[in-house]
Design a protein around this ligand. Structure first.
Ligand code: PHE
Length: 486
């Protein structure tokens, strides 16, 4: 067996869990989850998102970590190695390439949003958020975005910080930062939920998040929920696979995955519980869009005791959470340049950073100077988000599960996952049949090609999974050898 030797490993036993949680927990949980939940109408969206995490996110995450650890390298190299070990088609490496590209594209708009979090930490301090009405806070947000120097300055700051950390190597910094950032963020969110409880909007907020309305399950909402499951767990974007390549042998991949997914989901739900009550208590619309948390949370900080100190701490935590995610988006690219082309981490970071600065500044201009430039109906910022979350990551997900389920030699995943037989069978069932069928259903539904309603006519989906399982597990092992003339 040609096992790759690890080059860089996480420093502590908790290293991977900390770093992967640092990658997963970020603006996706605190900024994006509330705002898209608001846009897609609440409870039904939350339920679809949770289902996607369980049925697709968790199996994909296990697969990525296992491939990363077995192949020990950037997504392209790691996939190349496991495929070679299985005498498979080297074209599979393209899946790694697409993931790296997705990670990089996400970073290009993520730094703009992270810039908001940084700027709001500062604005909390200097009193510009002292407004007491939603309308005024809305104006503060739009004025901030209207000024390209301001908006660009903050996003350049985030880019430079990210690059500096990545250039030095991620292990040390991330493990330390996440160790205190995560509990800190959890405490802040709990306090905010406590405040939300007294805000007068708690039951409305709670109902909005958890009451189920099947009519809200549209093709578009399903695709958004699926895309968000990938986004929030940092999947199919090179991040988890590359971090997985630094895990020592012998650590349980399944347990690790569950811990990371649980932390990530809890933070998102807490953020929702903190934000929606405040929104309803202040008569705001939950569908206010990307500015949602920036227009609502400062109100809460105005009203609570020690609100300013608390608000500063809160936005500072969110900024750090964003930074630990941003780092993971570019780590794959830097690892690739470093490993494949022998370019030092420093030079790779500078190289990738140059491209990042150009594209992210263009994305930033979507909010002001280039607001009118909307090719095919979206500005650059929205295109980067839409292409990655709705298409590249779910597609990458299908390829990853099919790679693991069909193309790799059985022992590879069996060895790496180290699951008991029943657990392994369950994982295999998920990656071969459940996850790919579900992702396909979501894609077809979004394109309007599904031909049935996936909620009321769910039995078609169960039937398809059942049929494929029988074909794959009973017929394939019998027919293939015959076809191969054995
Ligand atoms: N998971 C991160 C978040 O929720 C975003 C991310 C996406 C990070 C893809 C890495 C790769 O904010």
């Amino acid at each position: 067996m040609t096992r790759e030797k690890p080059k860089n490993l996480w420093l502590s036993r908790w290293g991977f869990i900390l770093a992967a949680t640092g990658s997963a927990v970020g603006l996706g949980n605190i900024w994006k989850f509330p705002y898209i939940t608001g846009e897609y109408g609440g409870g039904a969206f939350v339920l679809m998102y949770l289902a996607c995490i369980l049925a697709i996110g968790i199996p994909v995450m296990m697969t990525e970590i296992a491939i990363g650890r077995r192949g020990r390298g950037s997504p392209i190299d790691a996939i190349g190695r496991v495929v070679r070990e299985s005498s498979g088609n080297p074209l599979w490496k393209a899946v790694g390439g697409m993931a790296m590209l997705a990670g990089f594209m996400i970073l290009c708009f993520y730094v703009v949003v992270a810039g908001w979090a940084f700027a709001y930490t500062w604005k909390m301090l200097d009193g510009s958020l002292a407004a007491t009405s939603v309308d005024t806070l809305g104006q503060v947000f739009s004025q901030h975005n209207a000024n390209p120097w301001q908006l660009g300055g903050w996003s350049v700051l985030v880019s430079l910080l990210t690059l500096a950390i990545v250039a030095k190597g991620v292990q040390q910094g991330i493990e330390n930062a996440v160790r205190w950032m995560m509990p800190g963020l959890a405490v802040m969110l709990l306090v905010l939920v406590g405040y939300a409880f007294t805000s007068g909007g708690f039951s409305a907020g709670f109902d909005f998040l958890f009451s189920f309305d099947a009519s809200k399950i549209t093709g578009e909402a399903l695709l958004a929920a699926l895309g968000h499951a990938f986004f929030t767990l940092s999947l199919a974007s090179g991040a988890i696979l590359t971090y997985g390549s630094y895990i020592p042998d012998g650590q349980s991949i399944a347990r690790t995955t569950f811990v990371v997914a649980l932390c990530d989901t809890s933070v998102a739900l807490l953020a929702g519980l903190a934000i929606f009550p405040i929104i309803f208590a202040n008569g705001m619309s939950p569908g206010a869009g990307p500015g949602l948390i920036f227009m609502s949370l400062p109100l809460a900080f105005q009203q609570m005791p020690f609100g300013t100190a608390f608000g500063v701490l809160f936005f500072a935590m969110v900024s750090i959470a964003a930074l630990t995610s941003a780092i993971s988006m570019i780590e794959a690219t830097v690892a690739y340049l470093n490993e494949k082309h022998g370019i030092s981490r420093m030079k790779s970071a500078v190289l990738a950073g140059g491209v990042l600065l150009v594209i992210s500044l263009l994305a930033m201009l979507s909010f002001n100077l280039m607001a009118g430039w909307t090719p095919l109906g979206k500005n650059l910022f929205d295109w980067l988000d839409y292409l990655t979350s709705r298409w590249m990551m779910p597609l990458g997900g299908i390829f990853l599960v099919c790679l693991a389920g069909y193309a790799l030699r059985d022992e590879i995943m069996r060895d790496e996952l180290g699951l008991p037989p029943l657990g392994y069978a369950l994982w295999l069932f998920m990656v071969r049949y459940v996850s790919p069928v579900l992702i396909m259903v979501v894609f077809l539904h979004a394109l309007g090609w599904l031909g049935f309603d996936p909620v009321t006519e769910w039995y078609w989906i169960v039937g398809a999974i059942g049929l494929l399982t029988v074909l794959g597990e009973v017929l394939r092992p019998r027919v293939l050898p015959v076809l191969a003339g054995r």
